[in-house]
Design a protein around this ligand. Structure first.
Ligand SMILES: *Cc1c(COP(=O)(O)O)cnc(C)c1O
Length: 402
């Protein structure tokens, strides 16, 4: 095998990362990839035989394990089995897929929707399908990696603007030659910071400069808006987004991604997006679970309301004891620690006291802004949130963050 004969930059990269991991593991500061044995109602998990409070979940409305969703998934397995006959375009489409896409279109107030087997693949493939050489894509600096990768893969001119700065966005729009195709793309809620894009101004700019607008609602579906429909509902700006992207893996306890929009756009994507044409359909159980989850969100609006209360309690409590939580307004709460090492030690303190939190360090966030990326969900009770905050505060005082 050639591996033993190689000593090049690829091998050096592998060794550098593995050393970083091994050093953290040796210092008992490594808490990534921990296997969870049991989910206990969404707010608690069993890890290495210990029950821990879960404060790193994306299941914002606490829908993982919801009986109605589980029942729908089981019924789909009984009816269709566990896989499909391949890609959607050929033999892979089931009535379940069409029903799910109709459900998503209705939920997002769009004419039509298309689903893919992952949110990551959705952004990658859809941006690369819509844009090519000679076109322009303008992206917020803190957009998710899947958006960045899609922009790079598209071959379009890739312009970025300072995070959530609408003057910087306008400057970028002005820089594009007349007549060139242009797409503005942004997260609705930023995945590491929890803040909300200045949507009204972004929409107005796209209209003024005739740019397409694509918004990734991975962290806003179920979170923003009175009924959890997302950022358009939150700002009362219906039909402001041209390309409504979301995942089926966070609030929706399944897997997959979607685009909702004009029926011509969706029909085009169905016949040209590589992630749709060359990758297998969503498994029946996952499609059925996703569809049932949208129904549950609409039928149990108290979950959206409870999430909002829980997020307010968590953010205001952490601020009160002196933490910097940046500009979050949502269920994602960055607890800024500073250096990577400090974030690892804060995590260790929590994990040793049965609070499941995880650190985000560079290069995922800028150096010096390492943080606990804590989340609350509708599954938490106020007492559980208070308890977690008291442990995080104790950690912050001992480690010198506050
Ligand atoms: C998680 C995430 C994705 C990717 O979704 P998956 O379904 O997990 O592949 C895309 N965009 C954002 C903003 C995300 O947070």
């Amino acid at each position: 095998m050639a591996y033993s004969l190689i000593n090049d930059t690829i091998l050096q990269r592998i060794h550098a990362m593995n050393k970083r991991v091994a050093d953290l593991q040796g210092a008992d500061l490594y808490f990534y990839n921990q296997p969870v044995t049991e989910l206990r109602g969404g707010a608690r998990v069993l890890v290495h035989g210990r029950e821990m409070g879960m404060f790193a979940s994306y299941s914002y409305l606490g829908l993982v394990g919801h009986p109605r969703i589980n029942t729908a998934a089981k019924a789909a397995v009984d009816r269709y089995g566990t896989g499909t006959h391949g890609v959607r375009l050929l033999a892979g489409t089931l009535t379940l897929h069409s029903e799910l896409e109709e459900m998503i279109a209705a939920f997002k107030h769009a004419e039509a929707a298309i689903t893919f087997s992952s949110g990551y693949a959705t952004n990658l493939s859809v941006i690369a399908t819509l844009l090519g050489r000679g076109d322009y894509v303008i992206s917020d600096k803190l957009n998710h990696a899947s958006i960045v990768d899609g922009c790079l893969m598209s071959g379009a001119k890739f312009l970025r603007f300072h995070h959530n700065d609408m003057e910087a966005l306008e400057a970028r729009l002005q820089q594009i030659p007349d007549g060139a195709a242009k797409l503005v793309v942004s997260d609705a809620v930023f995945s590491m910071d929890g803040d909300v894009i200045d949507f009204p101004r972004m929409v107005a700019l796209c209209r003024r400069y005739h740019a397409w607008l694509m918004i990734d609602e991975a962290h806003s579906v179920g979170v923003l808006g009175k009924t959890g429909r997302g950022i358009e509902e939150h700002f009362n700006l219906p039909d402001a987004i041209d390309i409504k992207m979301g995942t089926l893996s966070k609030t929706i306890p399944s897997v997959g991604g979607y685009i909702a929009g004009h029926k011509d756009l969706i029909n085009y994507l169905r016949h040209s997006t590589r992630a749709y044409i060359f990758s297998a359909a969503l498994p029946p159980a996952q499609a059925a679970a996703a569809k049932a989850a949208f129904e549950v969100i609409l039928d149990e609006p108290w979950r959206v309301e409870k999430l909002r209360h829980n997020a307010e309690q968590f953010i205001s409590g952490l601020k009160q004891v002196g933490f910097d939580t940046l500009n979050t307004e949502t269920a994602i709460v960055p607890v800024v620690c500073g250096e990577d090492e400090t974030a690892y030690r804060m995590t260790q303190f929590g994990q040793h006291r049965d609070i499941f939190v995880l650190p985000v360090v560079s290069p995922a966030v800028p150096p010096g802004l390492a943080r606990l990326r804590a989340t609350v969900t509708a599954a938490h009770e106020p007492g559980e949130i208070d308890h977690a905050m008291s442990i995080i505060a104790e950690a912050g005082r001992q480690i010198g963050v506050i």
